[in-house]
Design a protein around this ligand. Structure first.
Ligand code: NAP
Length: 295
């Protein structure tokens, strides 16, 4: 995946800040209300962590959750991109949506620990993890893929997703009332590969294993886990689908894409279910993309 270009966004800088529980998480909430009012209002809402919230699907889901009255903690490596997501929430006044950017590299255990400690210290509980951050890696014929490139995809898509899921699981198991939901972002590549995508395909298949194990191990603790498998939402990652991408038959073709907001609406639906109900797997894809029949 070509990393998304950094988006601007310093609009939140003038807004009041809360004291930071960590050196990495001092950025402001968006609603410029008195601290007690903000924290009181935030406590009444459910709390979500969205990884990869500075672009694409993560940003769309963060905005949709906020519109559905969730408090949302935004994670990703680029602080400016997270700030831009927070800026897009706008001012909602006292009792309005609360959003907190926490710059985090999910491949680093210490930073993941800080992220979830920040959620606990600031909001007291965690109701949802949207385990979304991911990378496609450089497309390359299998025999030409470097071990370094293989490892960097595994590190984000599998190791990072595990670290976030484990931290969320621990928080949800420990809190009162117990429980919560983890939604993993898989892919149609969790089912069927594209050419030259072995690291992405292998890690997205592994995501299905994470989802199933989390579902099983979460049962005693009211922790639900589901997976959304997306096909061709228009984001930085799918730029090549819109300009022409290698097909299984050797041709390069432009593929249909869909709006990331349509994915976000599905995630919000999954998130809103009571913990007694779970969308275990959902596939949301551009209707006419060459998936059915490509394998
Ligand atoms: N778009 C699609 O059609 C599609 C299809 C199937 C699956 N997906 C999945 O959807 C997810 C989001 O992809 P997207 O399409 O929205 O592409 P994107 O805009 O490139 O988003 C990827 C996000 O992951 C974050 N990220 C990457 N490495 C990270 C790290 N080490 N630590 C923290 N965050 C990291 C990036 O933020 P920073 O660079 O700021 O860290 C970025 O916000 C991915 O898991 C992808 O596999 C997308």
């Amino acid at each position: 995946m070509a990393r998304a270009g950094q988006v601007g966004g310093t609009a939140t800088a003038a807004r009041p800040t809360l004291p930071s529980p960590s050196s990495r998480a001092g950025t402001p909430l968006t609603a410029p209300a008195p601290q007690e009012a903000r924290e009181g209002a935030a406590a009444a809402r459910k709390v979500a962590v969205v990884t990869g919230a500075g672009s694409g699907i993560g940003r769309a889901v963060a905005l949709a959750l906020i519109a559905a009255n969730w408090t949302v903690v935004l994670a990703g490596r680029r602080a400016a991109a997270l700030e831009e997501t927070a800026r897009q929430v706008g001012y909602a006044g006292i009792g309005g949506p609360a959003v907190l950017p926490v710059p985090t590299d999910i491949t680093r255990p210490d930073e993941v620990e800080t992220l979830f400690a920040t959620v606990r210290d600031r909001f007291g509980r965690l109701d949802l993890l949207f385990n979304n951050a991911g990378t496609f890696g450089p497309p390359a014929p299998l025999d030409e893929l470097s071990y370094e490139d293989w490892r960097s995809v595994v590190d984000v898509n599998l190791n990072g997703a595990f670290l976030c899921a484990q931290a969320a699981f621990r928080a949800m198991k420990a809190q009162e009332p117990q429980g919560g939901r983890i939604i993993n972002n898989g892919s149609v590549s969790a089912h069927t590969p594209r050419p030259h995508s072995i690291a992405y395909t292998a890690t997205k298949h592994a995501m299905t294993g994470l989802t199933k194990s989390l579902s099983l191990d979460g049962r005693p603790y009211r922790i639900a886990c589901g997976q959304i498998d997306i096909g061709n939402a228009a984001t930085e990652m799918t730029g090549r689908m819109q300009t022409g991408i290698l097909q299984a038959n050797g041709r390069t073709e432009v593929e249909p894409v869909m709006d990331a907001a349509d994915v976000a609406r599905t995630v919000v639906h999954m998130a809103a279910l009571p913990l007694e109900a779970n969308v275990q797997f959902a596939t949301v894809m551009a209707t006419n993309m060459p998936y059915i029949g490509r394998g």
